[in-house]
Design a protein. Structure first.
Length: 129
């Protein structure tokens, strides 16, 4: 069973790294550089489905790890567990940061007068003969 335990933890860590990479990709695309077009950054973003699949797979593995292994088996892999905890902490921090960044962008869009004026001009121009 310990090899199975080790495999579970390694898979969890691998998926956690993939998920962290995708979240960092989203964060990077939320702050495009001057040389980068917004079209390029949206093409590189992972899809919501991809993120959801990774989170679901990770959650299933974590649940199975604790349901199918004894605490002795799990604790015999302390270095892998420590890596799992570190990755989990990074995921939590980066997810919260990404959520905050998106919330700020949504608020900025709602407050944007430019979008409102452009829309009004478009309507005005369409109604003129």
């Amino acid at each position: 069973m310990p090899n199975n335990t080790k495999r579970f933890i390694e898979q969890i860590n691998d998926i956690s790294r993939q998920l962290l990479s995708r979240i960092l990709s989203v964060q990077t695309s939320l702050q495009p550089t001057q040389n980068e077009s917004s079209l390029e950054s949206t093409e590189e973003q992972p899809s919501n489905e991809e993120l959801t699949d990774l989170v679901t797979a990770r959650q299933i593995l974590i649940t199975n790890l604790f349901e199918q292994n004894t605490s002795e088996d799990i604790s015999s892999h302390m270095s892998l567990l420590q890596e799992m905890l570190t990755l989990d902490s990074e995921l939590t921090t980066n997810s919260a940061s990404c959520k905050q960044e998106i919330a700020e962008q949504v608020l900025n869009l709602k407050k944007s007068k430019k979008v409102s004026k452009s829309y009004q001009n478009l309507i005005k121009n369409t109604n003129q003969p």
